[in-house]
Write a protein that binds this ligand. Structure first.
Ligand SMILES: Cc1cc2nc3c(=O)[nH]c(=O)nc-3n(C[C@H](O)[C@H](O)[C@H](O)COP(=O)(O)O)c2cc1C
Length: 209
């Protein structure tokens, strides 16, 4: 079946995309508004998009009532944000921060989470999260009414010591992080069910054929 997206309801189009592009990592974004008030919310339209320079991207949809969501508004206003990652143990708190609270509400406080000082940007990290990326706005494309694609340049990555296996080589205990991703609707995906598949090189590919 083919779905032509300009002929169907936008809510249906959202479901088609969000139910097929899975699993998606969750970027748990902390920002400050112009008055310096903390905001936190999860975004699963999120990924690493480059390494030289290191960049991440966030897809922030428009909100029918509020226009720009608070995270988008704050990034546009201040140019800074932190992306924290979500282990399974923090999934319930992450979900609390997705609440459609009015601007100015500190969702970290609502979820009983602790802000921790960042080194390069004003928005705090989430102390309980094992991984945080400090970011400045590299460029933001407003892709629709109040919808934004935010590209952030990563200035620093914090990883809890317990999960750093070899700092010089950049080896991390990824299974130990036990991060969750988003599936379809309210379904989440654990990162435990993995399999290994070494990547072929052209040299070995030619030899075996
Ligand atoms: C796991 C999860 C992932 C989400 N991903 C997105 C997303 O990628 N884009 C988006 O616009 N909203 C997403 N949301 C909804 C926002 O978190 C929600 O609208 C939130 O209220 C936005 O908060 P803010 O206005 O403080 O930025 C997601 C919600 C959950 C629970």
């Amino acid at each position: 079946m083919r779905f032509d997206l300009d002929k169907i309801d936008t809510a249906v189009a959202y479901k088609l995309m969000a139910a097929t592009v899975v699993p998606r990592p969750i970027g748990w974004v902390t920002t400050l508004d112009r008055e310096g008030r903390i905001n936190a919310a999860p975004y699963s339209f999120f990924n690493v998009m480059g390494t030289e320079p290191p960049v991440v991207a966030l897809g922030i949809l428009g909100d029918a009532q509020r226009g720009f969501k608070d995270s988008a508004r704050n990034i546009l206003d201040t140019g800074e944000f932190v992306v924290n990652l979500v282990p399974e143990a923090l999934a319930p708190q992450m979900n609390v921060t997705a609440v459609d609270a009015p601007p100015g509400v500190d969702e970290l406080e609502l979820a009983g989470l602790t802000p921790a000082l960042s080194a390069h940007v004003k928005p705090p990290r989430i102390a309980e999260s094992p991984v945080s990326f400090e970011c400045v706005n590299h460029s933001t494309v407003v892709t629709g009414p109040h919808q934004a694609l935010v590209v952030g340049r990563v200035l620093a990555i914090h990883i809890a010591d317990a999960f750093v296996k070899d700092a010089a080589r950049g080896h991390v205990d990824t299974p130990g992080l036990n991060l969750v991703g988003r599936g379809f609707g309210a379904t989440y995906i654990r990162s435990q069910d993995t399999f290994e598949m070494p990547r072929p090189t052209w040299a070995t590919f030619k030899r075996s054929s």
